[in-house]
Design a protein around this ligand. Structure first.
Ligand code: 13P
Ligand code: SF4
Length: 343
């Protein structure tokens, strides 16, 4: 009988033992996630890296997550991603050169600008954050990190996800008149009013969460009994305003675990996670709000994972340009330090 991919991966994991660690994000498919040693949201996955001793760290997620792992891993470790073209589309909405241009334009006005990048961003953008004394955040710690950043200078440039920025500003009670979305089409468009605000947003969004509109939520809220609505904070603030819970992927999982048996729950995030939660909780009625699948996450398949493991010494490890690595690492380590201080 021929061995299945599942059996081959299981045998390789047994053979490699402690020299291999497979990490996976909650948005991975079931056939991939069943092989991981550790599953988590972006923050949990990043915090796990410095504690790993494995020679091979195989990252089942999108490329910015694997780059973060490379920045936080030690020099003897190889970070491998089963498909290096699995790029988060939101990260692509903030090209490094454009971000540098906007930061320079703000700094020229004499204001101390502190960039705070969502980890869903390129290494170049993270390096700019380190260079300007800023940091990075995830959806799980955005509130802590934005509060920290607001105390570091005259204004914060939150990027690339304006929705996460606005939803977090609401939690912190930051007044609407202190916020503005930057017009990034040219520095000439940065008018004085925009630049005088304390909190500036890059106009990026996630194409998957962007699909969810307040009308989708209002429609299901008409059901009787009224369902619970759990969403990811990458959703539009008008969607979040209608939700019972807005949380990171791990936060959504916890909220579902804690929901009463028999509850009807609509979830506004990526479908791999929502449908897995529905299967895991047959005593609850769980439905996707309609965000769909993340095509970048779907690029990681079980057969590519097998190929990566079989060819681990020939597979190109995830590399970070040495010129930007120190500042990008600084931005990430600042986040980990702030989190440590909060714990
Ligand atoms: P989490 O950090 O909540 O896992 O989110 C990552 C992500 O890409 C959501 O779209
Ligand atoms: Fe990026 Fe959106 Fe996919 Fe998350 S769901 S990885 S933000 S494209």
């Amino acid at each position: 009988m021929t061995e299945t991919n599942f059996q081959k991966i299981t045998a390789l994991r047994e053979h490699l033992g402690a020299s291999l660690a497979i990490l996976g994000h909650h948005y991975q498919s079931d056939e991939v996630i069943r092989h991981v040693d550790f599953q988590g949201d972006s923050l949990e996955l990043a915090r796990r890296i410095p504690r790993l001793e494995a020679r091979y760290i195989v990252f089942c997620g999108v490329s910015f997550m694997a780059e973060t792992a490379t920045l936080l891993a030690t020099s003897g470790q190889s970070v491998l991603i089963p498909d290096p073209t699995a790029h988060c589309c939101m990260a692509g909405t903030a090209p490094t050169a454009k971000v540098a241009q906007i930061l320079e334009a703000i700094a020229k006005t004499g204001r101390k600008v502190v960039p705070l990048a969502y980890v869903n961003s390129s290494v170049g953008v993270k390096a700019l954050c380190g260079q300007y004394g800023g940091s990075v955040c995830t959806s799980a710690n955005a509130k802590i990190m934005l509060r920290w950043a607001m105390g570091q200078g005259d204004c914060v440039l939150f990027l690339p996800d304006k929705n996460l920025g606005m939803n977090t500003a609401s939690l912190l009670g930051i007044a609407p008149q202190d916020q503005a979305v930057v017009d990034v089409r040219g520095t000439a468009r940065l008018d004085e009013t925009t630049l005088s605000r304390k909190l500036l947003y890059w106009p990026g969004v996630c194409a998957i969460h962007f699909r969810l509109k307040p009308e989708d939520v209002r429609l299901v809220l008409e059901d009787d009994p009224r369902p619970l609505i759990f969403v990811h904070p990458e959703c539009d603030p008008d969607v979040v305003a209608l939700a019972d819970v807005s949380a990171s992927t791990s936060g959504i999982i916890r909220a579902v675990d804690e929901a009463p048996s028999g509850a009807t729950i609509y979830i506004g995030t990526e479908d791999n996670l929502v449908l897995r939660l529905a299967r895991r909780h047959p005593n609850k009625h769980i439905y996707p709000l309609g965000a769909g699948y993340c095509s970048a996450m779907l690029k990681i398949t079980e057969s590519k994972l097998l190929d990566t493991l079989e060819n681990r010494d020939r597979h190109q490890p995830v590399l970070v340009e040495p010129g930007v690595a120190p500042n990008a690492r600084k931005a990430l380590e600042t986040m980990l330090d702030v989190m440590e201080a909060e714990a």
